[in-house]
Design a protein. Sequence first.
Length: 291
Amino acid sequence: MDINYELYKVFYHVAITLSFSEASKQLFISQSAVSQSIKVLEKKLNQTLFIRSTKRVQLTPEGEILLKHVEPAMNLIRKGENQLLEANTLNGGQLRIGASDTICRYYLVNYLKEFHLRYPNVHIKVTNQTSIECAHLLENGQVDFIVTNYPNSGLSNTQNVRMIYEFHDVFVADRTHFPLEGKKLRLQDLQAYPILMLDRKSTTSEFLHRMFQRSQLDLVPEIELSSNDLLIDLARIGLGIAFVPDFCIPPNEPHLYVLNLEESLPARQMVVAYNESLPISQAAKQFMDML
């Protein structure tokens, strides 16, 4: 099937924006040209790719399938263009990083600052998602590499993983509301208390559920959120016992203490992961070496 690349390019921009007018602006062509290109592509593929109405545009199931294949290809082409533009120097180009909000705040900020001071002409783009969602960004070619907690169920065998930091997860509570300091607790004992933790889309949640299942226990959290900082804030006001990575606990924390567990929870790692089957830019290599 011989289909012009430009047709897929138009399809991609309409699919991402869900707007013919916005796609025409991004492509610097008329809206009628965009519409005509989509009609030609639909005719060649013998499939309806968009449902059009006066108020909005949405993908058909066939359009969604096509986008899953076209998007990684578009990102790969863009990545190749950026690498050619930077011409193996650090005087330009783009660095695309995927990382969770927690990792960005507590680990990456200082490295981002140092890299920007060294190479001010490199444009840095950081995408915040959960560690599992970051793995999907990497698989789709939307980022050069990710910094993620490990193990991570979203990572595939084609991705190279390098450990950069080791940490432990801890249960923390407010001294006034939960006077358990000095006591040795089992995971089973914690079932009697309200547990505050990250939602099920996170590697931290996967890890804790696995620890409870290993002890043949059910874990029913009181509150599930997407922010470790907010979990710590809620623990401070006594809403429950929060499960967070140890590097999130502020030094000299006046209100919270770490519970003493009888079971030893295994350490986890923070890793940098990239797709070893794809070329790595000089900027990405340099930043990963810094880590």
